[in-house]
Design a protein around this ligand. Structure first.
Ligand code: BGC
Length: 270
């Protein structure tokens, strides 16, 4: 690891959707930076418990809590349990998200609602509960110069339109405006809110895009850095944004995408 292992010492973090992929890597990186971590999961209990065991084995502190972030009661119960067990929250990583891809003419209302409910409403519900606790507790200068930090997991598709994925791209575009509006509203309370926008990261959400040589070659054409990202690329960015090293960073999106948003088609044309 290239960052200080004590960057987040004494801080309490909640990572939603942390049983796999980007959420899992974020939880592991936060724990290595010294934070105690809630590993939230929806249905993958065994996987979440393995993340907790691994973090504990490395000398960190973690617990797993089940919750569907799209359900208000689940989210409230998760925060209640976190506050009971960890005392407070300093860092929320709003990560849980999914894809339900279809051509627009075939997209069911159910698939539209599911993606918007988890990806966007889920982030709202968790941010609201975190903000309440940040405001109640205020700044503890020996812990952090902020009263709290929220990191919203967005995507390059908050700006790159995505045919066949209208529900997903819409949810990510919505996250951008939700993040910025919340950051503007909560900055006076010393709360920082930012997004990370990953490009193509090797996880189970996009296996089809990188698991065969043909698919991988096509995907690499969209990535100027010529490699597919790994979940730790995002975990490291999350740690930095959550740390006091990023204290003057508020209401912005950090694209971690190997240059995917650089209009790669123009490298040889235009
Ligand atoms: C999506 C992936 C996709 C990547 C780049 C992500 O937000 O979840 O499926 O590979 O964007 O297009």
């Amino acid at each position: 690891m290239s960052y200080s292992p004590y960057l987040l010492k004494g801080q309490k973090a909640l990572v939603t959707g942390a049983s796999s992929g980007i959420g899992e890597a974020s939880a592991r990186c936060l724990a290595r930076a010294g934070a105690s971590v809630v590993v939230n999961y929806h249905s993958e209990k065994d996987a979440a418990e393995k993340v907790v065991r691994d973090i504990t084995a490395e000398g960190g502190t973690a617990i797993a809590i089940a919750a569907n972030v799209a359900k208000e009661d689940d989210v409230k119960a998760m925060f209640d349990q976190m506050l009971r067990e960890f005392g407070t929250i300093d860092i929320l990583v709003n990560n849980a998200g999914l894809q339900k891809d279809a051509a627009i003419v075939d997209m069911t209302l159910e698939d539209w609602n599911l993606v918007l409910n988890v990806n966007l409403t889920g982030q709202f519900l968790c941010a609201r509960e975190a903000a309440k606790e940040f405001m109640r507790r205020g700044v503890k200068p020996d812990i952090s110069c902020a009263a709290g930090k929220i990191i919203c997991m967005s995507s390059v598709h908050q700006i790159i339109p995505w045919a066949g994925h209208v529900n997903y791209a819409t949810s990510k575009g919505g996250i951008d405006m939700m993040m910025k509006s919340m950051a503007q509203e909560l900055a006076p309370h010393k709360i920082r809110i930012n997004s990370v926008a990953p490009g193509a990261i090797e996880t189970h959400i996009n296996t089809a895009a990188w698991s065969t040589p043909e698919a991988k070659a096509k995907l690499l054409e969209l990535i100027p850095s010529n490699r597919i990202g790994v979940p730790e690329d995002i975990g490291k960015a999350v740690v930095w944004l959550a740390s006091d090293n990023a204290d003057y960073v508020n209401g912005t999106t950090l694209f971690v995408d190997g240059g995917m948003t650089l209009y790669p088609g123009f490298a040889k044309g235009g």
